[in-house]
Structures are given as structure tokens and as C-alpha cells.
Design a protein around this ligand. Structure first.
Ligand code: HEM
Length: 236
């Protein structure tokens, strides 16, 4: 068999030799999906997060205090640090709720008749989760339009456990068998970017107007992001 090299494309091309269903359109689709699903989603989360740091310098300062206390300035953050970074975890989660930059889920279809909260949904119905509206609904959140990391902390300042209702009802990566396959990877990357950058730099607004932090004003896309991130970055 011809070698196509390592990596995603190499692996698809090797499989395509034995499977005629994998044609050029299919390969283009998979690669396009990886860009949209793997890159644009994390770009949206990170640009939304650092934009929120420009709006809320006090929250930025509290994350930096936590970094200074548990990680310090002399070593790089790593994933083991996540378990003690309560405020940072809460701020990242609140950002995902507040910006809901992946506003709706991938369409799914019911295989049989089902009933949800008294509503009958026939088989073969296309279902699309609206994360944006539930994340901003007063039915589920106190003051949903306020950016408040503390909502995910208990009275002792600890990050709420995963089984707490507020954590369970926030599903930025979807739930069930077809939830986001990149969830764990995305969460790790966001934590490492946030802590590595805030450990070393202060982010302040640039001279021009800030982009809106209200994602309802961002261009509607499958994965949204602010139009620009106008900021000054200085070493701490
Ligand atoms: C903050 C970052 C991300 C968010 C908010 C996010 C969100 C989502 C959501 C809401 C879905 C649909 C789930 C459903 O319909 O129930 C999804 C699916 C998917 N995501 Fe992500 N995602 C992120 C990062 C990533 C990354 C980094 C990758 C790849 C490395 C990835 C790959 C995928 C794939 C392949 C699917 C389709 C899964 C399937 O249909 O079985 N995502 N994502």
C-alpha cells in the first residue's frame, strides 16, 4: 500500500484506498469539519474569554491572584493545576455560558415517538438544541445577563461539583452519545491558554471601542466569535 504519511490527511487517504465511499468530497468535508469543529470553536471561546477580561479587570485580577498563589510565576501551568484553580474554572465556565458561542447543536433525529415535558415528538423529527436561549433563560439562571463566575462557586469559594444542577444544566458541548468529541481537548486547551497568558501578561482595552461582549450582536455562525479583540498586552 502506498504511504500517505502520518496525520489526519494521511490516515484518511490510506483508508480511502480500501473504501470507495471515501471520495474527494468526503475528504474535503472531513477536513472542513475539523477546521470548523476543532479550530473555530476554541478560537471563539478564547477570544470571548479575553474580551470578557477587558470588560472585567477585577475578574482578570482575581484569576491572576489564584495563578500567583497556586502556580506562581516560575513554572508553566499544567493540567494538574485545574483541581485547585476554583475561581479560574468558574470564570471559564461562566464565559462559555455567557457567550454561548456555539449557539445551537448539531441537528439530531428522533428514531421513535418520544415525549418531553408533556410534548409529544413524532419519530423522524429533526431536533436542534438551542444552547444560547437556555443559557440566557431566567427559568434556569439568576440574572442570566450578568457575567458572574461566582454562580459556579459554593459558599467556601470552591468550584461546584460536576453533579450540581447548575453544572448539569450547562451543556456547551452537548450531551449523550453524539456530544462533542473534542470536549476534553478543548477544555484542557482553554485552561492552559488562559492560565499561561494571564500568568505572564495583563490585558487592558486598546484605544478604540471594545467589541460587544453580547454574543447576540456577533455575526451569527455555527461557531461565533467577536469581530475584533482590541487590547493592549503588557508583561506583568
Ligand atoms: C469550546 C470549544 C468547543 C465547543 C463549545 C464545542 C461544541 C460542540 C457542540 C455543541 C457539538 C454538538 C453536540 C450535540 O449536537 O449534541 C459539537 C460536536 C462536535 N465537536 Fe465540538 N466543540 C468544541 C471544540 C471541539 C474540538 C476542539 C473538536 C475537535 C478536536 C471538536 C469536534 C467536534 C465534533 C467532531 C463534533 C461532532 C460529533 C458527532 O456528531 O458525533 N469540538 N461540539
Amino acid at each position: 500500500m502506498k504511504s500517505h504519511g502520518k496525520g489526519l490527511l494521511g490516515s484518511i487517504l490510506s483508508q480511502a484506498e480500501d473504501d470507495e465511499e471515501i471520495d474527494v468530497d468526503c475528504i474535503k468535508g472531513v477536513l472542513g469539519n475539523m477546521v470548523a469543529a476543532g479550530y473555530l470553536t476554541t478560537k471563539g471561546a478564547l477570544s470571548g474569554f479575553f474580551l470578557s477580561m477587558l470588560y472585567y479587570p477585577e475578574i482578570q485580577r482575581r484569576i491572576q491572584e489564584e495563578i500567583d498563589e497556586y502556580i506562581g510565576r516560575d513554572r508553566d501551568p499544567n493540567l494538574d493545576d485545574r483541581s485547585v484553580m476554583h475561581y479560574t474554572n468558574a470564570a471559564i465556565l461562566e464565559c462559555l455560558r455567557f457567550i454561548s458561542h456555539v449557539p445551537i447543536g448539531v441537528p439530531h433525529m428522533t428514531r421513535e415517538d418520544i415525549e418531553i415535558e408533556g410534548m409529544r415528538i413524532p419519530a423522524n423529527t429533526t431536533m436542534i438544541t438551542n444552547f444560547w436561549s437556555t443559557n440566557r433563560s431566567e427559568k434556569y439562571w439568576d440574572e442570566p445577563n450578568i457575567f458572574l463566575p461566582e454562580r459556579f462557586l459554593d459558599d467556601n469559594g470552591k468550584f461546584l461539583p460536576a453533579e450540581h444542577i447548575l453544572r448539569l444544566q450547562l451543556i456547551p458541548f452537548g450531551v449523550g452519545r453524539r456530544n462533542c468529541v473534542g470536549e476534553s481537548f478543548a477544555k484542557s486547551r482553554i485552561f492552559l491558554y488562559v492560565t499561561s497568558l494571564l500568568q505572564k501578561f495583563n490585558f487592558t482595552p486598546g484605544e478604540n471601542t471594545l467589541a460587544s461582549l453580547d454574543s447576540a450582536k456577533w455575526k451569527p455562525r455555527i461557531s461565533m466569535h467577536p469581530d475584533f479583540l482590541n487590547c493592549t498586552v503588557r508583561p506583568r
